[in-house]
Design a protein around this ligand. Structure first.
Ligand code: GLU
Length: 513
């Protein structure tokens, strides 16, 4: 059996979209499962779309997700260089081979002539709109010009491209691992450009030459590449490599949260959700994005979430470590229909990972969001607070928002509930409770509870009359962790301070209205 070799082949055209990360992840998982090799190849032959910093971003993003390839650009290996712009000679040789075998031809048409052709075809109203089997003989190329004329033009440096000569009347069959048999009729395909005027190959040529040269056994990529695969198969045939073609697997689209259409880069900005792993800075606000990392996600949760965007283990299990994913993953369980990008689900995953994180580790993760002043309180106190809140937070910045009352006075009270729950006639009683608590020598959840129970019994007060008031006094809201646990973590002094400030505020608020 052939060695199992897969590759991730991004173009450095900007930040790596979450769809690209999913492609990388599936390649990573399969390589791991099959004890294979995961290659990183940078497809940078389109100079016009090249973006400074994009390659670095790709590396950082894969690193953050923990899904690094094992061979390739920046990693070494026997099949380098792994940046396509450094492999020009190889492409030149192959292009020449295509020309020599009659599978490709020079085209000298100017942009104006190409436009005129498209216009003509549009006006004729047929379905053919491009450079192809039906139109190539009307154009200026080495199929229509004399050999002399072609030689003259080449010698004088006339601009040209090289196009694939798609054969007529062939049915191209692709056995996609995910989709089964997919057929294309060659008569519907255009004569794609293989080499551009700048002497660089197009994606199609470079991709096929490299997959072959790098001994790639499985091509796993997004569905948007499926139509191009017909051309790719023709190229494999033209080079005589058809017995050695990789297996293709085209992954389903990732859809917008509402399920309508493909998730785009812009959706992130429009909906205020991350669609990139890491932030991307740009002077132009429309090009700057906030990533999952900066939204406060654990990369393990992101990976777990992404794994399920298109794949399903067929069991009830939802939480998987990377190792478990690698064991369970298979292309056969990847679906054909688009996978909805459900941001609530992403947050759910993150919450599960936060809950499972040790309190001390959580402190380290939350630190980037905390102020200097809060950090001063010490890791033990922060760990205790994180421990209390972790059942309730979805992303790391939630800790900051939900924990303010542990580090200073309550900033805002839920006035509506204060008005509903605070009975001025109970002021003296709550003052008494405050004094009872102040008198405790051991202050923890159990001793505080014993005092509160005593207090309720003495004044014949029920839970509904006491707990909401305590919660509002300590945290300003009705939500949050258990009152006794909050008291223990805060410590006696702060609890008393919170009570004093709160009762004062409650009194004023209820008097005014
Ligand atoms: N360079 C292509 C991309 O940016 C690679 C597609 C493929 O995997 O063949 O997605």
């Amino acid at each position: 059996m052939k060695d199992f070799r897969v590759r991730f082949a991004p173009s450095p055209t900007g930040a790596l979209h979450i769809g690209g990360v999913r492609t990388a992840l599936y390649n990573y998982l399969l390589a791991k499962k099959m004890n294979g090799t995961f290659v990183l190849r940078i497809e940078d032959t389109d100079q016009k779309r090249y973006v400074e910093g994009a390659e670095d971003y790709i590396m950082q993003a894969l690193k953050w997700c923990g899904i690094m390839p094992t061979e390739g650009q920046g990693l070494g290996g026997d099949y380098g260089p792994y940046r396509q712009s450094e492999r020009k000679d190889l492409y030149q040789q192959h292009i020449q081979q295509l020309i020599d075998n009659g599978n490709a031809y020079y085209a000298f048409d100017t942009p104006e002539e190409l436009d005129a052709m498209r216009k003509r075809l549009e006006e004729a109203g047929g379905s053919v709109r491009n450079y192809c089997i039906f139109t190539r003989m009307d154009m200026k190329n080495s199929l229509t010009l004399s050999a002399d004329e072609v030689a003259k033009r080449l010698a004088s440096g006339d601009p040209y491209t090289i196009r694939l000569k798609v054969p007529a009347d062939q049915t191209i069959v692709i056995n996609d691992v995910i989709r089964g048999e997919v057929k294309f009729e060659s008569n519907t395909l255009d004569d794609k450009v293989m080499m551009k005027g700048d002497g660089l190959p197009t994606y199609h040529l470079a991709n096929i030459v490299d997959d072959h040269a790098m001994k790639i056994s499985h091509v796993i990529r997004g569905e948007e590449w499926l139509p191009s695969t017909a051309h790719h198969v023709l190229l494999y045939k033209a080079f005589g490599w058809e017995d050695n073609m990789p297996q293709f697997a085209h992954l389903p689209l990732i859809l917008k949260p509402n399920g309508k259409g493909k998730l785009s880069k812009r959706d992130g900005q429009k909906l205020g959700i991350p669609v990139f792993p890491l932030s991307w800075d740009s002077d132009k606000p429309e090009d700057a994005f906030t990533g999952f990392k900066e939204f406060g996600f654990d990369p393990k949760a992101v990976v777990n979430f992404l794994a399920f965007l298109g794949w399903n283990p067929g069991t009830e299990q939802e939480i998987f470590s990377l190792d478990e994913l690698a064991q369970a993953f298979s292309l056969e369980k990847v679906g054909v229909s688009g996978a909805r990008f459900d941001f609530d689900k992403a947050k759910w995953y993150n919450q599960e990972y936060i809950k499972a994180t040790d309190n001390a580790d959580l402190v380290e993760k939350v630190k980037p969001w905390l102020s200097e002043e809060v950090l001063q309180k010490g890791d033990d106190y922060l760990a205790a607070v994180c421990g209390l809140l972790k059942e309730r937070v979805e992303v790391l910045p939630d800790f900051k928002e939900q924990s303010t009352y542990f580090f200073g006075p309550v900033q805002t009270y839920d006035d509506k509930n204060v008005k509903k729950r605070w009975k001025p006639e109970n002021l003296a009683r709550f003052e008494e409770l405050k004094n009872m608590l102040a008198g405790l020598t051991t202050f923890d959840a159990a001793t505080a509870e014993a005092e509160v129970v005593k207090f309720m019994a003495k004044h014949e007060l029920g839970n509904g009359q006491v707990f909401p008031v305590l919660r509002l006094a300590l945290a300003g809201t009705m939500k949050g962790p258990g009152v006794y646990e909050v008291m223990e973590v805060m410590g006696k002094e702060k609890v008393i301070q919170h009570f004093e400030a709160a009762f004062d505020y409650f009194e004023k608020l209820t008097k005014v209205s």
